[in-house]
Design a binder for this molecule. Structure first.
Ligand SMILES: Cc1cc2nc3c(=O)[nH]c(=O)nc-3n(C[C@H](O)[C@H](O)[C@H](O)COP(=O)(O)OP(=O)(O)OC[C@H]3O[C@@H](n4cnc5c(N)ncnc54)[C@H](O)[C@@H]3O)c2cc1C
Length: 372
């Protein structure tokens, strides 16, 4: 049976969901198709860190992207919460990046004066006053007071319910087999549940996006980068902030658990949890949070980030093709960039001037030609 909607979104992760939310607000009738359950891939495996200040320090050329993401994020999650009545566990308590070695201290301090964002250098005693669970060997740290987090699983639940309230069709367990083409126009997608036709098709299939576009002769490299994390519980650990240190981070959650991570592994589409990777993360984080060695293990998980050669997403149309947009490759920052991605896709589709310059995120930036 054929299905029809104004916008067909391939991929029900946080990116596809954020786009559907924006498009339904613009009055479009939307359908999401996902090969599995809604948001069961990278989006719920994520740490849920919303750290635009730290991102601006590390990537000053993209300061505007991160600044606008931050400005949009709280309003976006409040809209979802108001519609779904499911809180996303948003907390803006700040993030602390601790420094252990003398050389790292010198490099970190050197970055602070020219930073284009809100941050503060803390000496060792101030780090320990802020977080007494940090190792006494700490030399100092950078504190990003405006950074924060949400809980990715609750974000997914909230987004799913809010989209359904808005009338968005969510078709789970419906893999897209290929895009439907007529000349240079994409007409929708062929799925295991028949053909889905749409005025606009948006490819938001995370780490799987390249293979959907390859049959168009369009080269848009996205590769899976596995991240493994684990959770612990420990009543004597009093961390209040996200603490990042050499090779890892630890995130306090509202339910009293702590999320610890994370690996970056180039092992293809393999999501198995490995003792070796979790052990390595544990050894690294224990160096700056020694109490971690006494904590009680809760669970471990893994997800596949959609990696790109420059670490930044593809957001835009495909030159030479009509009726198709791409929003993919958000790598380590997809939760943070979800609302701005939705907004930008909405602006590009309605030919409104984008709120930021999308040229650095063009889907064809690693190859411009489209050959059919
Ligand atoms: C361990 C880990 C920690 C992270 N921490 C953070 C963090 O702290 N902050 C942050 O901002 N980001 C973080 N990220 C990154 C973030 O999770 C991703 O960038 C984001 O989830 C990407 O969203 P997405 O919707 O593009 O991809 P996904 O969530 O992977 O969604 C893509 C969807 O497309 C579907 N799909 C694929 N192929 C098809 C097909 N053929 N047909 C139909 N559906 C298809 C998939 O089933 C999937 O549901 C982390 C990621 C990981 C793995």
């Amino acid at each position: 049976m054929a299905h029809r909607s104004t916008a067909l979104i391939i991929g029900g992760g946080v990116i596809g969901g954020a786009i559907a939310w924006e498009l339904t607000k613009l009055g479009m009738d939307c359908t999401i198709v996902d090969k599995g359950a809604f948001s069961a891939e990278a989006s719920t495996a994520s740490a849920g860190m919303l750290c635009p200040q730290a991102e601006i320090l590390d990537n000053p050329n993209h300061a505007e992207l991160f600044k606008q993401s931050q400005d949009l994020h709280r309003a976006w999650t409040e809209e979802l919460e108001a519609s779904s009545h499911i809180p996303v566990q948003y907390m803006q308590k700040g993030m602390l990046r601790v420094v252990l070695g003398a050389q790292e201290e010198a490099s970190a301090k050197a970055l602070v004066p020219s930073a284009k964002t809100a941050l503060e250098w803390l000496d060792a005693k101030d780090v320990l006053a802020l977080e007494s669970d940090v190792t006494a060997d700490v030399r100092g740290g950078i504190y990003f007071p405006e950074d924060g987090q949400l809980h990715p699983i609750y974000l997914a639940k909230s987004l799913y319910t809010a989209l359904q309230q808005k009338g968005c069709q969510i078709k789970e367990w419906t893999p897209v087999l290929n895009l439907l083409l007529e000349g240079e126009r994409v007409l929708g997608a062929r799925t295991t549940d028949g053909d889905y036709f749409a005025d606009y098709t948006i490819v938001a299939a995370g780490a799987w996006s390249s293979s959907l576009l390859a049959p168009l002769g369009f080269h848009m490299p996205v590769h899976p980068v596995k991240g493994q994390m684990y959770a612990v519980r420990y009543a004597s650990m009093s961390l209040q902030h996200i603490v990042q240190g050499p090779g890892g981070m630890i995130i306090p959650r509202l339910d009293g658990t702590f999320t610890v991570g994370v690996t970056h592994e180039e092992v293809g589409y393999d999501k198995r949890h490995t003792v070796e990777a979790v052990t390595q993360v544990h050894q690294r984080v224990k160096q700056f949070i020694p109490k971690l060695q006494e904590a009680i293990f809760v669970k471990t998980w893994a997800g596949l980030r959609p990696g790109t050669p420059d670490g930044f997403p593809y957001i835009g149309d495909i030159s030479g093709m009509e009726g198709v947009f791409v929003a993919s490759g958000h790598y380590t920052i997809g939760i943070l960039l979800a609302p701005i991605t939705g907004k930008l896709i909405g602006q590009l589709m309605t030919k409104e001037r984008p709120c930021i310059d999308t040229a650095p995120f063009r889907p064809d930036r690693f190859k411009t030609a489209v050959t059919l």
